[in-house]
Design a protein around this ligand. Structure first.
Ligand code: GRF
Length: 203
């Protein structure tokens, strides 16, 4: 049976689209079972519907984190995903959520972690003056952008960069890195040794 992905997003959904393209091309051997957004107007939801993928909104506004995550876990369990991919999902997950899907949640972050976790990672990198930044796909644990790292890609920071131009360059790297990381994790060709995700096939 095909493996199932669930995608959580809050906005634009360009990483979701990159994942959908990789599913389409066969780079990722799985189907996208559901796309869930916590924001009604998320463009990613529209795109999912256009692509014929089940897309639903579970609005989070005004809800306590615990209460929201109970609903989210319930909804996700109905779809029985092998892997949950956070793709611009702008909410912190509770320990109960992490526990329900431990080792099966990935996130993409627009910096070379552990540098610049949290919001506005591209601005943080630019203001800090690093010469390279990039993106990180990592397993999600209870911390903020802190779980074991699956894949990273570096991009140069140019003297002429603005937050926008740097973000665009990083986003391009994200669109390549996320599908690769998902394919690797679904293939099972890795083992976790402490904080390290050791790849069992050359990449
Ligand atoms: C990306 O930069 C991702 O790294 C971060 O949120 C942004 C989402 O962009 N977590 P998109 O919605 O996938 O276009």
């Amino acid at each position: 049976m095909k493996k199932k992905l669930a995608i959580l997003l809050s906005g634009r959904g360009s990483n979701f689209e990159a994942i959908a393209r990789a599913v389409e091309s066969g780079q990722i051997d799985a189907e996208i079972a559901v796309v869930i957004s916590n924001r009604a107007g998320a463009w990613g939801l529209e795109r999912a519907r256009e692509l014929g993928i089940e897309a639903l909104c579970l609005p989070s506004r005004g809800m306590a984190r615990d209460e929201y995550d109970v609903k989210l876990v319930e909804e996700l369990k109905r779809h029985n995903p092998d892997l949950i991919c956070l793709a611009g999902f702008m909410r912190l997950l509770t320990p109960a959520f992490i526990e329900a899907f431990r080792g099966r949640i990935l996130n993409i972050h627009p910096s070379l972690l552990p540098a610049f976790p949290g919001l506005d990672a591209q601005r943080q990198a630019l203001e800090h003056g690093v010469r390279f930044s990039g993106c990180t796909v990592h397993f999600v644990d209870e911390g903020l952008d802190s779980g074991p790292i699956v894949i990273q890609a570096a991009v140069p920071v140019r003297d002429t960069d603005t937050v926008e131009t740097l973000s665009d360059r990083i986003l391009e790297a994200e669109h390549a890195a996320y599908p690769r990381a998902i394919a690797l994790v679904l293939s099972g060709a890795y083992r976790i040794a402490g904080r390290r995700v050791v790849h069992l096939k050359p990449n």
